[in-house]
Each structure stands twice: as structure tokens, then as C-alpha cells.
Write a protein of this length. Structure first.
Length: 312
């Protein structure tokens, strides 16, 4: 008999189709059909989530047979890990396969906000070039880049930045003995030392609000913030206030505090670049993420070692 699976997030169609072929798969029926969910809940053996999905203690309480939560994404801050562990539930994610794409978008956002690519594009489309040249923008090559969270994605951003001759510095819980970049013990110290601050830290309670008003003020009126990690790592109200008061020069954001809602004030600002949580969103990477999610599920149900379990 095929194991029963529930997805708790919107998944790409190709992945849902494959899950449907291989499992007794139910797509978010806990949201769409409560009665059907209640009948099925005792038989659900695995959840398929995404980087943005929420799996709380309350949901797990209703699912006594869940053995595995397979996350289609690297971040699992939406999962109540403690509640899962108490129940002996294993969690898998999809690291590595998305690292390059996320780093690519971080650099793309950085270039877009500094070189004002979107306003410049509007300048051409609106026929304003006929009236005069576009204003001068900010140089990226050779600038100072700070990375908040030098994990796999942070390192990939650093490598790309070195190609632009940027001087790289970082902060994180620990100084890394294996890298030569300047280490700053706090986000504030790092922000004070750089022109561009890129957030690449995991989400969750430990990093919530890490980029606050003091960090933004340290970044200063010529500084830029780029966030490709998780919205809540940045205090969004403090960011809005800093942008409003020209206390930082610009921001480029792929993630937000309550996606898909983006504050109207942010949308109205010209010195920000906004993308819809799409850093891993290429055909190639989403396909690889889907394959890895399926490989984790298969290994689990066949009793083989999991390709990418989340370590404690
Ligand atoms: C999402 C992400 O998972 O990997 C992560 O942690 O946030 C993204 O890659 C992706 O958008 C699928 O929902």
C-alpha cells in the first residue's frame, strides 16, 4: 500500500504530479476540506513542506503517524523543530542544490539597487532619455561587502563578490578559521564597516530582528541592505523608517516579514528593489530541489539512509 502524504505548502506542479504517482498524496486538504482531513489524519505518514510553510505543534498534534517532514527548500524555520523531535519525526531539506541560484540573485539585487537598473529601465521606456541622460549611480566594483551569515549561501555570495574586486567581511555566531575575510563580532560592527550588507542567515527565533535600527544606522546614509534570507531577520518597521528618513541609501529585498504582503510604503519607494521570494526560482534549481525532496521520501520509506536530513 502506498504511504499517505500531505503537502502543507503550494508545490510546483511537476512535484505534485510525481507525488501523486508515487504516493497516496493529498494537497493541503487540511486547509481545503476539514472533514476529509480529519478522516485521513491518523494515516498521514509524511508531510511535504516548503521553505515558507508553517508546521506548528497544533498540526503535529493531529497527525499521530507522521514520521517525516520533507522540506522543499533549505530553510526550515517554519517547522516547530522541537515539537517534531519530541515526536521522533525526522526532517529533511534541500541544501546545496539551490546555493548558486540564491547567490546569483543576491548579486543581481545588489547590482540592481546600486546601479539603479529598474529606474534606468523606466527612464528609457518613458522616453525620458530623449530629454537627457540618467543620473549617475553607485559603483559596485571594489566596494566593501558585509555578509550576515557566512554559511553555504553566504560563501557563494562572497566568491561572486570577489569577482567584482569587493572587499568581503562577515559576521556570524563564530569566526570561521577556514576563511580570510574580516570578521566582525556583531551585525552592528559589520554594518559600520561596509557599503553593502547582505543578509544570508537562517530564519527563526535566533535571528529574528537581528537587523534593527542600530544596525541600519551603522550602515549609514550611503549604505545598502540586501536580504535574500528570511524577512523576519530584518525589523521591517525599522527598515521602513530608515529608508523614509534617508538613513540608508537603498534596499533590495527578496523576502518580507509577512509574504506575500509587502508594505505599500516600500512599494512606492524608488530606491528599493523588490522580488517575490524567487532566489531559488529557476527551472533547473526547482527541478533539483524536487528530485531531492522525492529522494528523501523514497529513502525514508525504503529504509535507506536519507540523502539530506537536517542535523539537530
Ligand atoms: C523556498 C526557500 O523553499 O529554500 C528556502 O529556504 O525559502 C525557498 O527556496 C522556495 O521558494 C519553495 O517554496
Amino acid at each position: 500500500m502506498k504511504p499517505t502524504l500531505l503537502s502543507v505548502a503550494r508545490l510546483p506542479a511537476f512535484l505534485s504530479r510525481r507525488l501523486d504517482d508515487e504516493y497516496n498524496f493529498h494537497d493541503r486538504i487540511h486547509e481545503s476540506d476539514r472533514a476529509a482531513f480529519d478522516g485521513l489524519a491518523p494515516r498521514i505518514r509524511a508531510l511535504v513542506a516548503s521553505g515558507e510553510a508553517r508546521v506548528g505543534r497544533d498540526l503535529l498534534d493531529r497527525l499521530p503517524s507522521v514520521e517525516l517532514i520533507a522540506v522543499f527548500g533549505v530553510g526550515y524555520d517554519g517547522i516547530d523543530v522541537a515539537a517534531a523531535r519530541e515526536r521522533g519525526i525526522t526532517i529533511t531539506n534541500t541544501p546545496d542544490v539551490l546555493t548558486d541560484d540564491v547567490a546569483d540573485l543576491a548579486i543581481g539585487l545588489l547590482l540592481a539597487v546600486a546601479r539603479e537598473i529598474l529606474p534606468a529601465d523606466s527612464h528609457v521606456r518613458a522616453g525620458q532619455w530623449l530629454e537627457g541622460p540618467f543620473r549617475l549611480t553607485r559603483r559596485v566594483s571594489g566596494a566593501r561587502l558585509g555578509i550576515l551569515g557566512l554559511g553555504r549561501i553566504g560563501m557563494a555570495i562572497a566568491r561572486r563578490a570577489q569577482g567584482f574586486g569587493m572587499r568581503v567581511a562577515y559576521t556570524g555566531r563564530h569566526r570561521r578559521p577556514d576563511v580570510a575575510f574580516d570578521y566582525h563580532p556583531t551585525p552592528r560592527d559589520l554594518a559600520a564597516a561596509v557599503d553593502f550588507l547582505v543578509v544570508a542567515a537562517p530564519g527563526g527565533g535566533a535571528t529574528r530582528g537581528l537587523v534593527d535600527a542600530t544596525v541600519l544606522d551603522a550602515l549609514g546614509p550611503e549604505g545598502y541592505l540586501i536580504n535574500i534570507a528570511r524577512g523576519p531577520v530584518v525589523d521591517e518597521a525599522a527598515l521602513l523608517a530608515a529608508l523614509r528618513g534617508a538613513r540608508i541609501r537603498g534596499a533590495a529585498l527578496d523576502v518580507f516579514a509577512s509574504e506575500p504582503h509587502v508594505p505599500a510604503e516600500l512599494i512606492a519607494m524608488e530606491n528599493v528593489v523588490l522580488t517575490p521570494h524567487m532566489a531559488s526560482g529557476t527551472v533547473e534549481t526547482r527541478t533539483a530541489m524536487g528530485e531531492l525532496t522525492l529522494a528523501n521520501l523514497r529513502a525514508h520509506f525504503e529504509g535507506r539512509p536519507l540523502p539530506t536530513p537536517v542535523s539537530a
